[in-house]
Design a protein around this ligand. Structure first.
Ligand SMILES: *Cc1c(COP(=O)(O)O)cnc(C)c1O
Length: 458
């Protein structure tokens, strides 16, 4: 008999979590103004709000923390990070930042001007925020297949080369760079193929454009290339990662994702002039160029995390857990973005709650129901997140209305995944009784989803 799959780690330290009653949760979510970000973490049983900075570090990472060098300039921890980035990602010039959006802020301060257009594949919310904040525009060139949640496609995160080329052929003079997000988070943690990265590189060469990778989940992307793309099955994750980044001029990184640390980010690039331009903003916004808002100990943990995060056994354990949750949902017929993504399952709220008018935030309503059912916290990736058009101030209604269940790395067991699946089944079974959604009481002018206040529709 073939042996079953098991995790490539054992557990050395635990943190207790607590169940609550439905009555408590109904009260808490009302006090939180139906915004899951407003809950206290001890009001949550299983926290799938994000996989960002919520993972468990390894014993090697914790020991690297003890060796952190807290020198202001030229710390050995900085050089550990620089070497790891050079060896694993292939870039010569690096700049630590306190997290991914800070990397965007610094790099875009150099590259993005008012009136510019930045084409890419479903820009992440902070990426789009930093573009729109500078009165520039994000142009989504993701393949059309990405919005059909039932359609199986191995690389649903791909850029549509034709859309990109059409846009560049008309507006090239207003495009400072092209950005590719690997994996494509907003489309459901869906990977981008090596072939697609190569094609985008060729288009950028043709129009003389810089190519930037928004790289938060680059290692998961490499796992999918290895397991799904022809010609890569026998390559190591590290070989695949090096090839992926060989097509980029620069990258921004949220280390809180695939580098398995609780805080941190960086920019890496090939061009020394770009590094010099960035350094002045880094010093203004983040800190001196050899720490950029990170402590030495955190840079040490990050250097180890980059190494561990690009090992096949680690990635296989990670992605198999996401698949496991997907398979449980298949048993119950619950619709989600297929195939399962790298870091999360994205439930298709348009299919679960079609009776709720789209103006009443279907995915947010589903997120609230799931919380009340079992204390499971997910996050809306839909109309709230899509925000208003910066010019017309009208709500933007994206094609996909998703509830994201992001799975922290090395944190929960498959028993937790079973609780999540059954809780969703219970909500799904009573979906026809859920006919009223939510309305906004207060919202911020930009990135409203973090702080929005809602109430139940009468
Ligand atoms: C998380 C993330 C960011 C922003 O990084 P933070 O560390 O949260 O600031 C940018 N892009 C992508 C694709 C991300 O997943």
């Amino acid at each position: 008999m073939e042996l079953p799959f098991a995790e490539s780690f054992k557990i050395k330290m635990v943190e207790p979590i607590r169940r609550s009653s439905r009555q408590e949760r109904e009260q808490w979510i009302k006090e939180a103004k139906y915004n899951l970000f407003n809950l206290r973490s001890d009001q949550v049983f299983i926290d799938l709000l994000t996989d960002s900075g919520t993972g468990a570090m390894s014993d090697r990472q914790w020991s690297a923390i003890m060796l952190g060098d807290e020198s202001y300039a030229g710390a050995s921890s900085y050089y550990n990070l620089k070497n790891a980035i050079k060896n694993i990602l292939g870039f010569d010039y690096i700049m630590p930042t306190h997290q991914g959006r800070a990397a965007e802020n610094v790099l875009f301060s150099v590259l993005v001007k008012e009136g510019d257009f930045v084409p890419g594949n479903s820009h992440f919310d902070t990426t789009k925020g930093h573009i729109e904040f500078r009165k520039a525009h994000a142009v989504d060139c993701t393949i059309d297949e990405a919005v059909d949640t039932e359609l199986i496609h191995p690389f649903k995160g791909n850029v549509d080369p034709k859309k990109l080329e059409d846009f560049l052929s008309k507006h090239s003079d207003k495009v400072p760079f092209v950005i590719v997000t690997i994996t494509n988070n907003t489309a459901g943690g869906q990977p981008v193929s090596m072939q697609n990265l190569r094609e985008v590189r060729e288009i950028c060469n043709k129009y003389g454009k810089i190519l930037v990778f928004d790289s938060a989940r680059f290692a998961e992307n490499a796992y999918f290339i290895k397991t799904r793309e022809e010609g890569y099955a026998n390559k190591s994750i590290k070989e695949i990662v090096l090839e992926m980044f060989s097509y980029a001029d620069a990258m921004t990184m949220s280390s809180k994702k695939d580098a398995n640390v609780n805080i941190g980010g960086f920019i890496a690039m090939r061009d020394q002039n770009l590094w010099r331009e960035c350094s002045k903003f880094n010093i203004m916004f983040e800190g001196y160029v050899t720490y950029g808002g990170m402590s030495g100990r955190d840079m040490n943990a990050l250097a180890v995390g980059l190494d561990e995060g690009t090992e096949f056994d680690y990635l296989e354990t990670r992605i198999k857990q996401v698949e496991y949750l997907g398979k449980r949902l298949d048993e119950f017929g619950i619709p989600y973005q297929k195939p399962a993504g790298g870091h999360a399952i994205f439930i298709d709220a348009n299919k679960v709650l079609p009776n709720i008018p789209k103006e009443q935030f279907r995915a947010q309503t589903l997120a609230i129901e799931l919380y009340i059912e079992a204390g499971v916290r997910g996050v809306e990736i839909g109309t709230l997140l899509a925000d208003r058009d910066p010019e017309t101030r009208e709500n933007r209604y994206p094609k996909l209305e998703l509830l994201r269940l992001a799975i922290p790395r090395r944190t929960y067991t498959n028993n937790h995944m079973d609780v999540v699946a059954v809780a969703l089944k219970n909500v799904y079974d009573r979906r026809h009784e859920i006919t009223k959604g939510l309305e906004i009481v207060w919202e911020a002018p930009i990135m409203r989803h973090f702080t929005v206040e809602l109430k139940r529709c009468e």
